[in-house]
Design a protein around this ligand. Structure first.
Ligand code: UGA
Length: 432
């Protein structure tokens, strides 16, 4: 099947590469010429395990191509996936500029009886406007479907090959568009949920918001555990082993970040408000998340006897989670800023995200180390912010010798407190 993908971000690239691996003819469009040149050479504009390999295979077999020319890519396609960003604007509304402009371009060039599949996360009810745009720019019979994406950064390729479910939102449940989308997805596992457009949009917001709710719930429990002298890690393992609850997204830590959960929670609160529902529960989820970083830093400051001026803080992990170089809404940035504001010196290490942090306004204010040991040198506190596997396997005795004072603040609870303390460290984790 000929498929076009608009937007070469995480979702667009992974979707394109996966369909190309099933021998479809996939053309991925992006306006950014540098990005397209890079992709044509088989290189990635960001770090994502296994994706480069998949893209190289697609290029080699000529099932995958990249272009800046939307018309050419869309012209012969049977399905066009729109995977552009839908960020939140300053007033809390979802900014649909990229979506509208992509849709205009696509509608102008798409053949009769083709399908436009929206993968971007879009506010509930936006289809009315989308249909108007399509009608204005095309005389053809084009159908809009909503096919939300549920992959995670860091494990995007595995997630895309093993989805739990494939949601297809469509205006008419018997439409040929459903058969076409089902046909394209036929080699992928997972339950098929075929529903109306608004339900599909709502599933995406509700799923991400529920994941955020689980994390904030775990973090709220961690605050109580800290106060009563319990161990939140154990408590939440005990909770998550109940099959009805499940253990995923119940790890307490420094809170959720990334380009999706924080954005979608805030967008869902605003979408609900607009239609007259006060989503107080989600407001609290967002508040708990913001508190979590502050509480963690406050506890470190108190461990340092509230004397911070000139103290050296080593930060391990800058990306918002392991397996990615994405630093959007990363807890590390908030933590670093708090320490800098308090007069500390910060040295940071991350296996892949240093170049991205270097480009931010924090870049010139901090030092970057070549590895975790170099970051720990002369540090008053070693702060673990992202649970990269290599941080769980450090030679702690070597770290202890390098540090000025042996204090570890473990924001992701990757160490066993008894073992670390037995080595002579002062150790602080989340929820203990
Ligand atoms: C999230 C969803 O999990 C995906 O299903 C969805 O497709 C995606 O957003 C999206 O909308 O595009 P992602 O942001 O890549 O995926 O990462 P998650 O693994 O969900 O983690 C999000 C944040 O929560 C990270 O900062 C992570 O460190 C944090 N987290 C996660 C916790 O603090 N505790 C946990 O137990 C799990």
């Amino acid at each position: 099947m000929r498929v076009a993908i608009i937007g070469a971000g995480y979702v667009g690239l992974v979707t394109g590469a996966v369909f190309a691996s099933f021998n479809n003819k996939v053309s991925v469009v992006d306006l950014n010429e540098d990005k397209v040149s890079l992709l044509r050479e088989g290189s990635l504009p960001f770090f994502e395990p296994k994706l480069e390999h998949l893209i190289k295979n697609g290029l080699k077999s000529k099932s995958l191509s990249f272009t800046t020319d939307c018309k050419q890519a869309v012209n012969k396609a049977k399905i066009v996936f729109i995977c552009v960003g839908t960020p939140n604007s300053k007033n809390g509304e979802v900014d649909l500029t990229q979506l509208y402009s992509a849709l205009r371009e696509v509608a102008r060039s798409l053949r009769n009886n083709s399908v436009i599949a929206i993968k971007s996360t879009v506010p509930i009810g936006v289809e009315t406007k989308l249909k108007t745009i399509v009608k204005r720019y095309s005389q053809n019979n084009l159908e809009i479907v909503v096919v939300p994406e549920f992959l995670r950064e860091g494990t995007a390729v595995d997630d895309a090959f093993h989805p739990d479910r494939i949601v297809i939102g469509v205006e008419n449940l018997r439409s040929k568009a459903v058969d076409l989308v089902l046909d394209l997805y036929k080699r992928l596992p997972g339950e098929r949920i075929i529903c109306d457009l608004r339900s599909a949009q709502l599933i995406k917001y509700a799923a991400n918001s529920f994941l955020a709710t689980k994390i904030s719930f775990a973090n709220a429990v961690s605050r109580i555990a800290e106060k009563v002298g319990a161990d939140a890690k154990k408590v939440l393992i005990g909770v998550g082993l109940d099959k009805r609850i499940g253990s995923s997204h119940l790890n307490p830590g420094v809170g959720y970040g990334g380009s999706c959960l924080p954005k979608d929670v805030v967008a869902f609160i605003n979408i609900s408000k607009k239609i007259g529902y006060d989503f107080g529960l989600l407001k609290e989820v967002d508040r708990v998340n913001q508190e979590q970083v502050k509480n963690f830093v406050k506890r470190i400051i108190s461990k340092l006897n509230n004397k911070l001026d000139g103290k050296r803080i080593a930060i391990l992990g800058l990306s918002f989670k392991p397996g990615t170089d994405d630093i959007r809404e990363a807890p590390s940035l908030k933590i670093i800023k708090m320490f800098l504001d308090a007069g500390c010196e910060v040295t940071a290490f991350d296996p892949v995200a240093i170049p991205n942090v270097n480009k931010t306004n924090l870049g010139p204010k901090i030092k970057f180390a070549d590895d975790a040991y170099a970051a720990a040198k002369d540090a008053d506190c070693l702060v673990i912010v992202t649970e990269w596997e290599e941080f769980a396997n450090l030679d702690l005795l070597k770290i202890k010798k390098l540090m000025k004072t042996p204090l570890i603040a473990d924001g992701r609870n990757i160490y066993n407190s008894d073992e670390v303390r037995a080595l002579g460290f002062d150790y602080l984790s989340v929820g203990v």
